[in-house]
Design a protein around this ligand. Structure first.
Ligand SMILES: [Zn+2]
Ligand SMILES: [Zn+2]
Length: 396
């Protein structure tokens, strides 16, 4: 796909965002006239069926969403994405059944394989989508970018374009209506609920304003965008399931359940914990004015992405943490490895002096080296990230 074509595809995706806005704004007073099912695609290419029942609302022209009710039992700030919600709930139910009935003794090699595939997908998300494409915290040659893209496909998430745009908006407008997984809307919303509801109009509006030209210009991203669905199916489901069957005689049922359900669901939830737990429970040694925290448990399961208070202050640090402890940051180990063989370079890090000054000015006193006992800062909402030396502050 040429660059122009890629831009066209992605602009079409953005147009569908616009369609959602127009759609939700126009339904005021017209809801009773909806007699046919009205299908459209959202930014994640998820087909969404709008029905009279699913809307069950009286939207206004205001950009502020109304309360949306489900059978009068639960209320939401946005309309429900039914297809996403049912799929997410269904696969979690299958996951619970598969996990509870998993034969631990019988499936040892298959279990190890699950950890390997999970690690490959995890590296694609953390080292690729997050630290490379979203934050540009280091540079990488085409072979490494290709590896990162294929690893990312193994995790079975949204397109890289959607991932990067959502994450840039998240950093720039953390804990506001424009944050796709605003943690002020509760743990469940920040974890997975945001994928089950329509995006807040502010998320769409601010998302369209994010500069994505660097991502669009990357031929690896263009290839990924063009072949997103087959790449996801092959890397996330087919290869992980086929390998145990052909190489060590695993049954198809066990291979599928262990890799395409259990491994996939653990991997998704580990990623989501960065948006939920790492915005709620932990210390704030670098900036006490923001929600993101340092959470060791999340760092372990998300391959080094749990040092989230630090990361929101210095999003351009390739380690996404102050210290490069490989045990709690496997992603950093791999980036360092690729830097050693010359495939990654320009690994960005703040000076220890900048970190110390930041800790002393805004930290909660819990930093092991520069901590202080006073804790005088209140949480005042979103604070801009510190810019990398010599670079403009984009806020992500
Ligand atoms: Zn965050
Ligand atoms: Zn980030």
């Amino acid at each position: 796909m040429s660059h122009v074509q890629a831009v066209t595809v992605l602009e079409a995706s953005q147009q569908s965002d616009k369609k959602h806005l127009v759609n939700s704004n126009n339904v005021n007073g017209k809801i009773n006239n909806i007699t046919k099912r009205n299908a459209y695609k959202d930014t994640n290419n998820n087909e969404q069926q709008i029905t009279k029942e699913s809307l069950n609302v009286t939207p206004t022209d205001s950009e502020e969403p109304q309360e949306y009710s489900l059978l009068g039992l639960v209320t939401f700030k946005s309309p429900i994405k039914w297809l996403n919600s049912v799929s997410i709930i269904l696969i979690h139910l299958i996951f619970v059944y598969a996990f509870l009935t998993y034969p631990l003794q019988g499936g040892f090699i298959t279990t190890i394989w699950g950890f390997i595939v999970g690690g490959i997908g995890g590296f694609g998300v953390t080292g690729g989508a997050h630290r490379f494409w979203c934050h540009r915290s280091y540079k990488a040659n085409v072979p490494l970018r290709t590896i990162l893209m294929l690893c990312y496909c193994t995790a079975g998430q949204n397109t890289l374009y959607d991932w990067v745009r959502d994450h840039r908006v998240h950093h720039k407008y953390s804990e506001t209506d424009a944050d796709p997984h605003n943690s002020n809307r509760g743990f469940f919303f920040a974890h997975v609920g945001w994928l089950m509801l329509q995006k807040h109009p502010q998320v769409l509006k601010k998302g369209r304003a994010i500069d994505m030209s660097d991502v669009l210009a990357d031929p690896v991203i263009q290839f990924h965008q063009k072949y997103f669905i087959p790449l996801k199916i092959i890397c996330c489901f087919i290869i992980p399931t086929i390998v145990p069957v052909y190489f060590w005689g695993e049954s198809w049922y066990m291979a599928f359940m262990s890799q395409s359900v259990i491994r996939y669901l653990f991997s998704l939830n580990f990623t989501w914990l960065v948006n939920s737990a790492a915005h709620m429970w932990g210390y704030k040694p670098y900036d006490n004015r923001i929600n993101p925290v340092e959470n060791v448990a999340v760092a372990v399961v998300a391959m080094g992405e749990g040092w989230h208070n630090y990361h929101h202050v210095f999003p351009w640090d390739y380690k996404a943490a102050e210290l490069g402890d490989y045990k709690l940051n496997i992603t950093t180990m791999w980036i360092d490895f690729f830097a050693k063989i010359g495939w990654a370079w320009d690994l960005k890090e703040p000076s220890s002096d900048l970190i110390r000054r930041t800790v002393e000015k805004h930290g909660d006193g819990s930093h092991t080296t520069y901590g202080h006992s006073e804790n005088v800062f209140a949480n005042n909402g979103p604070i801009e990230a510190i810019a990398a030396p010599g670079e403009p502050n984009l806020g992500y």
